[in-house]
Design a protein around this ligand. Structure first.
Ligand code: MG
Length: 386
């Protein structure tokens, strides 16, 4: 069997309302924008992957790297030689850029479809469903406390019992007050986490806490029984993260943008994180994320993939989370009224939804278990390959 063709599309799906991501303070998102990659083989199967982009020119670079440069080596090759292909994608990502990870993810979908099994079974088949946590995307900068409590109430009625808040206030004490208010509102039976998004700063409007601010914030989160604090420091502040892990009781999580096995090895060797959160489609690819899970297993560290890209990215990371033995909860992005599941998953036919207890079952059809909606791709997509 052989790969015959790689296609790429830039897609922009309108959101039902503006969305203000906590990770880029000041940015208003009106669309779910992504680069969709399809890998075809000579048996008639097609694998799909998708990554986040901010604008069309970023998608053009990604399409050039994934569906032109990398394709020159992949077309004619056996899709199952994934160690070789993943290394190739990593080298192009580091040398040329363009975040071409969706092509590696598409290869995994293709392998599973050729094999006639759901992807999570190729990845280890540890479980067929997983508890989700509702991951909000806006901080107090754009959503006040009353609206946050109302959103939690609405999602609890949907069945969710675990929530991740966002923290980007210039004064960390404002976000401590947010944590206190939410804990008082939901009681002790609801699992709470908070993401500070200090790991990467794309906007000068974003607060950058001192080490001491981060430490006091983490201590407050621990006192309130939060399950983890995510990215309280920049992702390359290895010493600061290690000091935090040593000086606070709450778990420190991160890793969504680290994109090489060696970076994760450094983080583990340095005692920088208690929980690692790689993302196959955002940075690194499926093979690397599976290897990171093994590193975490060997060191008894937490592992829970990041998933905030789009519906296709969520599915790929769901399959990894259920393939490996050491993941007990998965991120489920949802921030009404802008970033809602229907807009997030608009490219997919019949996307999975959590059950009334917040547990998400893996689709049992081959591959990632969902098909691209050809009408949606035609309506919102622009072909970037000939
Ligand atoms: Mg995060």
């Amino acid at each position: 069997m052989a790969i015959t063709k790689i296609e790429a599309h830039y897609v922009e799906i309108p959101l039902p309302a503006d969305f203000h991501p906590s990770w880029v303070p000041g940015l208003t998102m009106t669309h779910n924008r992504c680069l969709v990659v399809q890998v075809h083989d000579d048996s008639g199967h097609t694998g799909i992957g998708a990554g986040t982009v901010f604008e069309p020119r970023q998608a053009e670079l990604g399409a050039y790297v994934a569906a032109d440069l990398i394709a020159r080596f992949l077309v004619g090759a056996d899709p199952f030689e994934i160690e070789k292909h993943a290394k190739l994608v990593t080298r192009f990502a580091l040398m040329v850029g363009g975040r071409p990870w969706p092509v590696e993810c598409a290869l995994w979908d293709l392998m599973a479809r050729i094999s006639g099994v759901p992807l999570y079974k190729l990845l280890g088949g540890a479980r067929d469903r997983i508890r989700t946590y509702l991951s909000f995307g806006e901080s107090l900068l754009t959503k006040d406390l009353g609206a946050r409590l109302d959103a939690i109430d609405a999602r609890r009625e949907d069945g969710f019992s675990a929530f991740k808040l966002r923290s980007r206030s210039a004064d960390y004490r404002d976000d401590v007050r947010q944590m206190e208010a939410v804990r008082a509102h939901v009681g002790d039976d609801v699992a709470l986490m908070i993401d500070c998004n200090q790991g990467w700063n794309l906007s000068p409007l974003g607060a950058e806490w001192s080490y001491e601010d981060a430490r006091e914030f983490c201590r407050a989160a621990g006192d309130l029984g939060f399950r983890w604090v995510e990215e309280p420091r920049h992702r390359f502040d290895y010493e600061g993260l290690a000091r935090l892990c040593a000086e606070v009781d709450v778990s420190i999580a991160g890793g969504e943008l680290n994109q090489g096995l060696h970076e994760f090895q450094l983080l583990l060797d340095g005692g920088c994180l208690d929980k690692l959160q790689p993302d196959a489609c955002l940075a690194g690819g499926t093979l690397m994320v599976k290897k990171v899970a093994a590193l975490c297993e060997a060191r008894s560290k937490g592992f829970s993939p990041h998933t905030w890209t789009n519906g296709i990215g969520l599915l790929h990371n769901l399959h990894i989370a259920c393939g490996v033995p050491n993941c007990d909860i998965l991120e489920y992005p949802f921030e009404a009224p802008g970033w809602v599941p229907d807009a997030r998953d608009a490219l997919l036919l019949d996307p999975p939804r959590p059950a009334a207890d917040g547990v998400l079952a893996v689709p049992q059809r081959p591959g990632i278990g969902c098909e691209l909606d050809p009408d949606a791709l035609k309506r919102w997509g622009t072909p970037l390959t000939g």
